[in-house]
Design a protein around this ligand. Structure first.
Ligand code: ADP
Ligand code: MG
Length: 568
């Protein structure tokens, strides 16, 4: 046989898989189809876990939250055009939330796409993705796959994490090259998210501001949860003695029951503080842009810890910007709390603690109401106990009232256990997040879903059953969006915000072999969730909630524009 015949070959399929494996990517979330069906099959054969979804947006959301949980880019794999666009929604959401993710989509023939000659699923995907993510790349030659994957990984996780699009045209997969040259072309990314040490004078400036505070406050955001600097953050909070407020996905970084938690005294803490240390939290709409009524009239100084320099002064002046990674910056601040540090004034701490304890006491009786029909507080009181008894379970949460009330009521005890609608307040993350949380952590997952929110990703209950994941979904079923009572004034149709009355979502789970339960009281709810978590079986609990419970848009009803014109 000739030398050429003996030459060992590789191709685009294998190079993509080898490049991902070389960089420790263990899981791909996606939906198969032309041109990436074989890529998924081969990746599975090579030991990568390939989780096939029913819709790309849910696979994309799974990849995004896998990135948040692991600090490695979550990978989503889709077909071209519509599949790509479905995944792109999740990629944009990941970028907005600063979660590292790579969307890999197959695409049609460049020559035909660029001349707009009407190919199968023709679309200039790279151009469309670019403004919606942190970086976008296309690979045209098999020999460049190694570099393309390396660039995608580094772009996703370095600096402020975010979404990256990687465009792989169909033709690339069957391109052949010499196996040895192929192996050499792969790149293992070294130190993909390097530490970014803050400048010493920036640290000193921040400490000077902090030492002058009379009513200091620390706000922990999901960047702090992402950073996995849990012990350093805890040491800084406890050594400083400063009260802290967790943003939604930072809950549990320190337990919500921690003596320094100001969670239940949020309004007072924001209004009356004089120096605020933001750690991985942006002054966006979720913090009323750092100004206005929420923040009170007293002058306020902000110290902001963030890896993204452009975040500083985005909404208000930042007196002490601290640019760097949270682990390094908080360690430097902690080191600066040497002998000269004095605990915050007792009257400030006492004011917040008193307010917090009052608010908790006021809420307590509502959480214990054990009757039908359930309201949100009664049902959430039961779930609050579940998480208290099982603090390592992961809570996924979306909805309007279901989200706002669960955030306040369910205490979290460990970091990165609460996953929710994030920066956009978007509906539809539920099943994608729940699936990835189960796969990435192996822990039981409790997904607390409004009936409306669930609808956006509900078909993935089949995926949950297929992979036999320890996911327990609780649907807060109040017959509709916000409330279940709207009617059509003309009498023709159902009201625009209501669903089929008394739906039985639990039957959906049974259709795929999972466990379905219908409950009408908090006691029944608690028993059903406990059974699900003990068994680890996929379970869906239809929790019947009073259709009159709930308010328009939950806590953000103020964002609804109001009509000023009355039709006669
Ligand atoms: P939240 O919604 O909880 O307030 P945000 O998503 O608004 O949190 O803010 C998270 C911030 O954390 C972003 O500005 C992001 O740049 C920053 N961030 C993410 N990872 C790190 C890190 N490792 N070090 C420093 N900052 C980080
Ligand atoms: Mg509802």
């Amino acid at each position: 046989p000739s030398a050429a015949a003996e030459q060992e070959l590789t191709d685009g399929f294998h190079l993509v898989i080898d490049a991902l494996k070389l960089n420790g990517i263990e899981t791909i979330y996606g939906v198969p189809g032309i041109p990436i069906t074989d890529l998924g099959r081969m990746a599975q054969a090579e030991g990568i876990r390939v989780v096939s979804f029913r819709h790309e947006q849910n696979a994309g959301n799974a990849a995004a939250i896998a990135g948040f949980l692991t600090k490695k880019p979550g990978v989503c794999l889709t077909v071209s055009a519509p599949g790509f666009l479905n995944g792109l929604t999740a990629l944009a959401n990941a970028t907005t939330n600063c979660f590292p993710m790579i969307l890999i989509s197959g695409s049609s023939e460049r020559e035909i796409v660029d001349l707009q000659q009407g190919d199968y699923e023709e679309m200039d995907q790279l151009a469309i993705a670019k403004p919606l993510c942190k970086a976008a790349f296309r690979v045209l030659h098999a020999a460049d796959i190694g570099i393309g994957v390396a660039r995608a990984i580094r772009a996703a996780v370095s600096g402020r994490p975010g979404g990256v699009y990687l465009d792989l045209p169909a033709k690339l997969f069957s391109q052949v090259m010499d196996a040895e040259a192929g192996a050499k072309s792969l790149v293992k990314v070294i130190d993909p998210a390097p530490a970014q040490i803050p400048a010493p004078d920036a640290v000193k400036r921040a400490l000077d501001v902090l030492k002058g505070a009379k009513r200091p406050l620390i706000i922990l955001g999901k960047g702090a949860a992402y950073a996995q600097a849990d012990e350093t953050i805890r040491a800084f909070v406890e050594t400083s003695g400063i009260p802290f407020l967790p943003m939604s996905m930072a809950k549990g970084l320190l337990p919500d029951t921690h003596p320094q938690s100001a969670g239940a005294a949020r309004s007072t803490a924001l209004k009356d503080s004089d120096v605020v240390v933001l750690i991985g939290a942006r002054l966006n709409w979720l913090l009323s842009h750092g100004k206005g009524k929420t923040w009170g009239d007293a002058p306020k100084k902000f110290i902001q810890v963030d890896i993204e320099p452009k975040e500083m002064d985005s909404n208000v002046e930042i007196a002490a910007p601290l640019v760097g990674d949270i682990g390094s910056v908080v360690a430097a601040l902690l080191a600066g709390l040497d002998g000269t540090w004095q605990a915050p004034p007792a009257d400030w701490v006492n004011t917040l603690n008193t307010k917090r304890d009052e608010n908790i006491a006021k809420m307590a009786p509502r959480l214990m109401k054990n009757s039908a029909p359930m309201d949100f507080h009664g049902a959430l009181g039961a779930l609050r106990t579940v998480i208290k008894e099982r603090p390592d379970a992961i809570l996924v949460n979306e909805g309007a009232n279901t989200l706002d009330l669960a955030r306040g009521i369910i205490d979290m005890y460990q970091p990165r256990k609460r996953l929710d609608v994030g920066t956009w307040g978007v509906m539809g993350i539920g099943m994608g997040f729940a699936i990835a949380a189960a796969i990435e952590t192996g822990k039981p997952v409790l997904a607390v879903e409004g009936d409306s929110a669930f609808g956006f990703s509900g078909m993935e209950v089949e995926t949950i059953c297929r992979y036999n994941l320890p996911v327990c979904i609780v649907i807060f079923n109040n017959n509709g969006i916000y409330r279940g009572l709207d009617t059509d004034p003309t009498g023709r149709d159902p009201g625009t915000t209501v669903f089929v009355k008394d739906s039985r979502y639990d039957k959906m789970m049974e259709a795929f072999g999972g466990v379905g339960v219908n409950v009408t009281t908090p006691d029944e709810l608690k028993r059903a969730v406990d059974a699900a978590m003990d068994s680890g079986r996929p379970t869906l609990i239809n929790a019947v909630i009073d259709p009159a419970a709930g308010t328009e848009s939950g806590r953000i009803g103020n964002l609804n524009p109001q009509s000023v014109v009355k039709r006669k």
